[in-house]
Design a protein. Structure first.
Length: 602
């Protein structure tokens, strides 16, 4: 489809030449153009069908319609219907379109849609192995975060939809609590240490006015701020805020109280083992997760060894920086020094955020030298909201809305500044901001000629591999002038190498949480709070953490190959276009794409 708009434009501009073409050639070109248009229409219809079943998906896209006040159907029946719709779409595509008769770009879309549906089919049998509530995922924090960050209020109708969603939080939460209870009865529940985080998040949401006499609660404050910004009469504003207060009291509070009661019940019977090996089909489930996240057929043992090998390599590079700064002692002594010396930590959140802003502005200025395609969407940096900062991850990124109504957002967790070493600030900003997630995902969203599933979908090894690749790319671009910042970059790469070791250690080799924490303590410079939170993430998010290093190693391998084979013809900008302008793809497909690009002369 990348070629379709160009082909149409050329056809209109070159009509005299078209008349001179042989009838058979004209017929063939017309048929190809028709097939391309038909395939595009098919993908658009699939996207429309998926959005019709996902009010929240529409909101992420910036779509406001009659569903703007609704939540997604949380039932297993809806999940089953979504799955069957995807499988039926695959069957329809195969029946209607012959890939051999498609253009190369359309053939790639065909292949990626097929891959996506087949991946869904492999994962579907294990869907009830996921935890409904944990400290990384779960409606206790995700629903409030959605209202605050995604549900924008531009009109009175948008505010009414916000209140409608508050009213809907009760039934939504009750349905999810029932599902969590069903899974618990089947033996699927997170480890016991998870529950205090979930309970803390839940209690934070129903803290403050109108639930008690304190300052406005998180949701009431957000609604009030958004309503007060509207250009409507004061009595209408007051009525909307009062309706929100009533919904919080009648729907949100009782549902959260029922959630808290169920989480307390589960906490008393929760297991103490951490890995998913303890589930009845845990080994097969983990193998499927690794294949899904890495888009490879690497086994858990192979991934574990890749991690060990890269930990050894990076330790060697770190010792070179130790020598450069004149540190005397072992690598572990250097780790302890970086962990504990006050010079490596900010005293205030404002100082941290100002430093991030400075690094990203400097990076933005150099992007045109290394990228042919740059994002149009702006980037904003925000601290994670107070109600969820204790349990949320270290940093994460949210894509912009395609209509420009929401920027790309880099969230940084500043709950404990002692967990956020200044040595890592630069690499973390490049990973989550530019040239990392914001650049890649904003460009992806802006590839309007691609079908929606490619513009808005994701492949973890590609996306997170790009983020980690971007950290090292910053060094190629002349950044990390401070050797301690370069050490932080290596520390971030080391972190991802260690993830291969500890993720497989926990879920395949049956390591305990404490064993995994000790491994990171011995082998990384990260502070204790950072280490504990990371291991807790890997435990409830099995396999995901392996995608980063596996993806980055493949992108670096392909760049090295391109530089060697193209020599002086190699261009960073053209290489990055070759990677980015297809959107996310499995690593095997990425390799084929780059090999073809090299063969064409870069």
């Amino acid at each position: 489809m990348l070629l379709r708009p160009i082909a149409l434009a050329l056809a209109m501009a070159a009509s005299p030449l078209a008349l001179a073409m042989p009838a058979s050639a004209q017929s063939s070109a017309t048929r190809a153009e028709t097939r391309s248009a038909e395939l595009a229409a098919f993908f658009d219809q699939v996207d429309a069908d998926n959005l019709a079943a996902s009010p929240q998906g529409k909101a992420y896209r910036g779509i406001r319609d009659e569903d703007y006040g609704k939540w997604n159907d949380p039932s297993d029946a809806a999940d089953q219907a979504n799955f069957e719709r995807g499988q039926q779409a695959l069957a329809t595509m195969k029946a209607r379109f012959d890939p051999a008769r498609l253009s190369p770009e359309d053939r790639l879309s065909y292949r990626l849609f097929e891959y996506q549906a087949e991946r869904s089919a492999r994962a579907h049998p294990y869907r009830k192995n996921d935890y409904v509530f944990d400290q990384m995922n779960g409606a206790q924090s995700q629903m409030p975060a959605f209202l605050i960050n995604i549900h924008s209020v531009k009109t009175k109708a948008d505010a009414e939809a916000y209140v409608q969603r508050l009213q809907g939080m009760g039934p939504q939460m009750d349905a999810l609590v029932a599902e969590a209870k069903e899974r618990t009865d089947a033996g699927v529940m997170p480890p016991r240490w998870v529950y205090p985080f979930v309970l803390d998040d839940a209690r934070n949401v129903i803290k403050g006015a109108p639930f008690d006499s304190g300052a406005p609660s998180t949701l009431l404050a957000d609604l009030t701020k958004k309503v007060e910004a509207l250009g409507i009469p004061a009595p209408e504003k007051a009525a909307l805020i009062e309706a929100g207060r009533e919904a919080l009291l009648s729907s949100v509070r009782p549902a959260y109280q029922r959630l808290i009661a169920e989480m307390e019940r589960q906490q008393a019977i929760a297991p103490t083992d951490d890995g998913i090996w303890r589930l009845k089909d845990g080994a097969a489930y983990y193998s499927q997760l690794l294949a899904n996240y890495t888009t490879t057929d690497l086994s858990a043992d192979q991934i574990h060894q890749i991690g060990l090998d890269n930990v050894k390599r990076i330790h060697g590079e770190m010792r070179a920086i130790m020598d450069k700064v004149g540190f005397k002692g072992s690598l572990q002594d250097f780790f302890a020094f970086v962990r504990t010396d006050d010079r490596f930590y900010f005293k205030t959140r404002e100082e941290y955020l100002a430093a991030v802003d400075a690094k990203l502005k400097a990076m933005q200025a150099k992007l045109p030298d290394y990228f042919g395609t740059l994002p149009k969407a702006p980037l904003t940096v925000k601290a994670v909201e107070a109600f969820r900062e204790k349990s949320a991850g270290k940093a994460f990124y949210q894509s912009p809305a395609p209509d420009g109504s929401r920027p790309g957002t880099y969230y940084v967790n500043l709950y404990n500044l002692k967990d956020m070493a200044s040595t890592e600030l630069e690499a973390l900003a490049y990973h989550e901001g530019v040239p990392g997630h914001h650049l890649q995902r904003a460009v992806q969203t802006e590839l309007g000629e691609l079908p929606p599933f490619r513009r808005f979908g994701g492949v973890t090894a590609y996306t997170e591999g790009w983020g980690l690749y971007s950290e090292e790319l910053g060094k190629d671009m002349g950044f990390y002038q401070d050797p301690y910042s370069d050490f932080g970059r290596l520390g971030m790469e080391l972190w991802r190498a260690c993830r291969l070791v500890v993720d497989t250690g926990i879920h395949h080799k049956r390591w305990s949480r404490e064993q995994a924490i000790q491994y990171l303590t011995d082998n990384t410079p990260n502070p204790p709070g950072d280490i504990s939170k990371a291991i807790e993430r890997y435990i409830v998010y099995p396999g995901q953490a392996t995608a980063y290093m596996i993806g980055k190693l493949k992108i670096m391998e392909l760049r090295d190959k391109a530089q060697k084979q193209l020599g002086p013809k190699f261009s960073y900008a053209r290489f990055h276009d070759a990677v980015l302008k297809s959107g996310p793809v499995p690593l095997t497909v990425l390799e084929e794409q780059i090999d073809a690009w090299i063969a064409q002369g870069g």
